[in-house]
Design a protein around this ligand. Structure first.
Ligand SMILES: O=P(O)(O)OC[C@H]1O[C@H](O[C@H]2O[C@H](CO)[C@@H](O)[C@H](O)[C@H]2O)[C@H](O)[C@@H](O)[C@@H]1O
Length: 287
């Protein structure tokens, strides 16, 4: 039996603070612990075309290892649940039965145990929103601006725009007006503005999963503004006695999470390295 010694905090690069106790709690009780991760920018490197995104190969390997050790591994994403499962190859992971995907900020779900998707019907008004957004993008006419149809939401992307500054100046306020007119909300992200129905966020999605699974300790990692409600939820859960560690996947595009994080990784490759460290330590303790 291996000694249950405290984790080497220097190796895990955990800032002094509540993340330290959370890491110990996860290592001591992995079966009742949750790992929640965002998809794009945290597991999957940011690329020009959303439909070609994949999980970093080392991230996929680490997820595979962790899904055998932790009670719950959840991908909590703005992506449709089906897209995350397919792009991430999640159904093929060894511990897939312990994985959950909460897609479209918690509106959709995939359960690895049953392989079933829960996808509510598209919200009222989405066809009109799509039409108005398409007309706006056509009228603005900036090459490289693209529309992502997420069936219950629409993403306007300008990562590949010929003139990203002109694109944001021409699009953002008018896209917000379209959202307001149809009682939709907006979700700003990395070179994207999403128009989506209100009422769900990653914090709510996380809270529901914690309650459902009886989670006793957690780790959550994200990279963008849409992850902040999950950060808030981790802080709220700490006050309720559930320790939580926050990982930020840092990028030059977004620094809103950095000061709040217990661990800062530089993009999905470093997130993957950190997840492997966690898997190594869990394997060592299980040996
Ligand atoms: O919650 P997430 O898993 O982080 O998803 C947020 C949005 O990510 C995607 O867009 C981002 O990644 C693309 C691929 O790397 C990139 O081209 C784009 O610029 C990024 O904003 C995705 O397309 C959206 O649907 C997600 O809501």
């Amino acid at each position: 039996m291996v000694d249950q010694i405290a984790p080497d905090l220097e190796r895990f690069a955990v800032r002094p603070g509540p993340g330290v106790a959370a890491l110990s709690a996860v290592l001591e009780d992995p079966a009742n612990s949750l790992l929640g991760l965002d998809f794009d920018g945290t597991l999957s490197p940011i690329i020009d075309r959303p439909e070609n995104a994949v999980i970093h190969p080392e991230g996929a390997r680490a997820l595979d290892r962790l899904s055998r050790r932790l009670g719950t591994v959840a991908i909590i994403t703005g992506r449709p649940a089906r897209a995350a499962v397919e792009l991430g190859g999640l159904a093929q992971l060894a511990g897939a039965e312990r994985m959950v995907v909460l897609g479209q900020y918690g509106a959709e779900r995939w359960d690895g145990a049953s392989g079933e998707f829960t996808i509510p019907p598209p919200p009222e008004g989405i066809a009109q929103v799509r039409e108005a957004v398409t007309a706006l993008v056509d009228e603005v006419g900036i090459p490289g601006v693209t529309i992502e149809n997420k069936f219950r939401a629409i993403g306007i992307h300008w990562r590949t725009a010929a003139d990203p500054q002109r694109a944001t100046a021409a699009l953002i306020e008018r896209a917000r007006a379209i959202a307001a007119e149809h009682d939709f909300g907006v979700e700003p992200g990395r070179s994207v503005l999403e128009i989506r129905p209100p009422g769900k966020d990653k914090g709510m999605a996380l809270a529901e999963l914690i309650a459902e699974r009886g989670v006793r300790a957690q780790i959550f990692g994200g990279d963008d503004l849409g992850d902040l409600p999950a950060y808030d939820e981790v802080v709220r859960q700490r006050a309720l006695g559930i320790p939580g560690l926050l990982i930020a996947s840092a990028s030059p595009e977004q620094n809103a999470l950095l000061e709040r994080a217990d661990v800062v990784c530089h993009g999905p490759a470093e997130v993957a390295t950190w997840l492997h460290l966690l898997a190594d330590e869990l394997d060592r303790r299980a040996a």
